[in-house]
Design a protein around this ligand. Structure first.
Ligand SMILES: C[S@@+](CC[C@H](N)C(=O)[O-])C[C@H]1O[C@@H](n2cnc3c(N)ncnc32)[C@H](O)[C@@H]1O
Length: 242
């Protein structure tokens, strides 16, 4: 069995993470990118940072819309994959969002539940501070998080998903302020066990974090169509701040 100290360092760097999530809806992601860039009225010359970018699916699409994009992720394997898409206006690098950002961007996008990974609140707040300091004076931050209240109300506590011949045995629970998902499976002759831990951050707690980081929330959306946020029915909690 593999054990993990930092679940997000190991799990996201495996090929199995990408297999389990291969059915995520890229059409939705692109629909969201079109809607949010048009809502933000970003100038065509804007430089956007997409952190963490995973294998670069949003970065590549944003670049195809004409923006200059820097994608960063902690996973060396994901960045190695994304690098094949690089061009003069699209770059990828291994990037730890806990580290200070040197460059200043017109916009920083933190997409698809890429926040709330750390045990200590101050680490999550530091990530937001880093994002704030990485923005130009009129820059904008977008954090696309899950709606924890809806997740809690609709929690499927256990299921088996078979993808590419692998049976992923999944459990979900809410424990000590985290939404915890365990993922166990056999692949390549070995037993594997991983865990995802995303902090139970409702709007109130998010507001507190943003305030602590010195960010002003300007808009809150509840889905990729940019409808208003409803605490019980919305799929997403999308926060725009400056
Ligand atoms: C749920 S995935 C989303 C990735 C991407 N935004 C997408 O939509 O495909 C979360 C990503 O966060 C990355 N990650 C985790 N901790 C990180 C950190 N401290 N700094 C930068 N990236 C991190 C993981 O490697 C993983 O690719």
């Amino acid at each position: 069995m593999e054990t993990t100290e930092n679940w997000f360092t190991s799990w996201f760097n495996t090929p199995y993470y990408h297999i389990l999530y291969k059915h995520r809806n890229d059409e939705d992601a692109q629909f969201f990118m079109r809607n949010i860039t048009s809502y933000l009225a970003l100038a065509p010359t804007s430089h956007i940072a997409d952190v963490p970018c995973g294998k670069g699916r949003h970065s590549v699409y944003l670049n195809s819309l004409g923006y200059t994009v820097s994608g960063g992720d902690l996973s060396p394997n994901s960045i190695a994959h994304a690098k094949q898409f690089e061009n003069d206006h699209l770059h990828f690098e291994v990037w730890d969002m806990r580290k200070t950002i040197e460059h200043r961007y017109d916009a920083i996008f933190n997409l698809f539940t890429s926040f709330g990974y750390f045990e200590d609140d101050t680490d999550d707040i530091r990530v937001l501070e880093n994002f704030k300091n990485g923005l130009k004076s009129n820059g904008v931050l977008v954090v696309d998080f899950l709606n924890v209240v809806k997740v809690k109300n609709e929690l499927v506590s256990s299921e088996v998903k078979e993808i590419d011949g692998i049976q992923f045995r999944i459990t979900r629970s809410i424990k000590e302020g985290f939404i915890v998902k365990t993922i166990a499976f056999e692949a390549e002759g070995k037993q594997h066990a991983y865990e995802e831990r995303v902090k139970f951050l409702d709007l109130e707690k998010m507001k507190f974090y943003f305030e602590q980081a010195g960010l002003t929330i300007t808009k809150i959306f509840g889905n990729y169509a940019l409808d208003s946020f409803d605490p019980t029915t919305s799929d997403r909690l999308i926060i725009v701040a400056e």
